[in-house]
Design a protein around this ligand. Structure first.
Ligand code: NAP
Length: 312
């Protein structure tokens, strides 16, 4: 009696081939997004760098080509803080189908004052959540045209202890930057889980997965000049942090697995193995508060009203 060969364990250093597939990564000109794009490029796929800054995007593409022989990489302009501009992104991709989008770009403010996008939304909620919400809607026809596309949304451990204030999503009544950031990431995670619920209900071939990078520091990240340069001083002073946290190359691993691993399913949450902070990517139970469909549905309705787009 013959049996199927066992599936080899996932290795971040031996990714499956993805020749012929097309992946878009938002915020791919720096940080974790750069490494998501570099690692996905090594699979033979075409990787499109979504960036609001053409010069930075070109530098990232040049660096990827220098590290990945034969990389198929190019860039499109994409500013998540400018909602009306996102409508044009699908067309600018110049593809007939999209196999995955990684919603990686993010903005985090440490100090007041409260800032807004040009459209009048609180900057972090508007960019991190509303921008990706609307972008998903505009990309859905291309995603649906692929055989089994994935939307991978980047969450954060900072969202674990947060709860949304559905009556003050834009932090108009009480603005605290760190809390507003954590809530914007929580909103993204609710979106990722709820999107999958809606896609399943509609019988869609598209799956939505949430991934988070753990704690990823530039000072623990290998150099990719001119995208990122790590000095010897930075490396030495970051050594103790390396016991608990990781570099952005490793922060990319959960999203890369969420894109490529055939065993990943929609609605799942993926993060680093060790305390959710560092290490190899593994599946995590969906946090209790994230599973609350009524909060997710109210957030969805509010996001649809604020963006004028319904990605479901
Ligand atoms: N690092 C961590 O420990 C950590 C932990 C949890 C979650 N995360 C999440 O992981 C993601 C990446 O984090 P990171 O540490 O790599 O951040 P990063 O180094 O600051 O990079 C952020 C990226 O997002 C882009 N971006 C910001 N605003 C944008 C906009 N309006 N339109 C398009 N792109 C925009 C930036 O572009 P510019 O270069 O033009 O600014 C940059 O490419 C974020 O979603 C973050 O919330 C990070």
């Amino acid at each position: 009696m013959s049996s199927a060969p066992p599936t080899p364990p996932w290795s971040v250093h031996r990714l499956p081939r993805a020749d012929g597939r097309v992946f878009l990564v938002t915020g791919a000109n720096a940080g974790i997004g750069y490494f998501v794009a570099e690692q996905l490029s090594a699979t033979g796929a075409t990787v499109v760098l979504g960036s609001r800054n053409p010069a930075k995007a070109e530098a990232a593409a040049t660096s990827i080509r220098a590290h990945v022989a034969g990389a198929r990489v190019r860039a499109v302009r994409l500013d998540l803080a400018d909602l009306p501009s996102l409508r044009a992104v699908a067309e600018s991709l110049e593809v007939e189908r999209l196999d995955a989008v990684v919603h990686n770009a993010g903005v985090a403010l440490d100090d007041p004052p409260r800032e807004e996008t040009a459209g009048g939304h609180e900057l972090m909620f508007g960019t991190n959540h509303l921008g990706h919400f609307a972008l998903t809607g505009w990309l859905m026809p291309l995603l649906a045209a692929a055989p089994a596309a994935r939307v991978v949304t980047t969450g954060s451990f900072a969202a674990k202890s947060e709860r949304l204030d559905l009556d003050d999503l834009q932090s108009l009544q009480d603005y605290r930057p760190k809390r507003a950031y954590g809530r914007s990431k929580l909103a993204q995670m609710y979106f990722g889980v709820e999107l999958d619920r809606r896609l399943r209900a509609a019988g869609s071939s598209v799956a939505s997965v949430v991934a988070h990078p753990g704690g990823a520091l530039d000072s623990l990240t290998p150099s990719r000049p001119p995208v990122h340069v790590r000095t010897t001083g930075a490396r030495l002073s970051a050594a103790p942090a390396g016991l608990l946290l990781q570099g952005k190359h490793a922060g990319a691993w959960p999203a890369v697995r969420a894109v490529l691993d055939p065993s990943v399913r929609g609605g799942q949450l993926w993060g680093p193995r060790a305390f959710g902070l560092r290490g190899e990517p593994r599946r995590e139970p969906v946090w209790d508060h994230l599973a609350d469909g009524s909060v997710a549905a109210r957030l969805w309705d509010a996001s649809r009203d604020l963006t004028g787009v319904d990605p479901g």
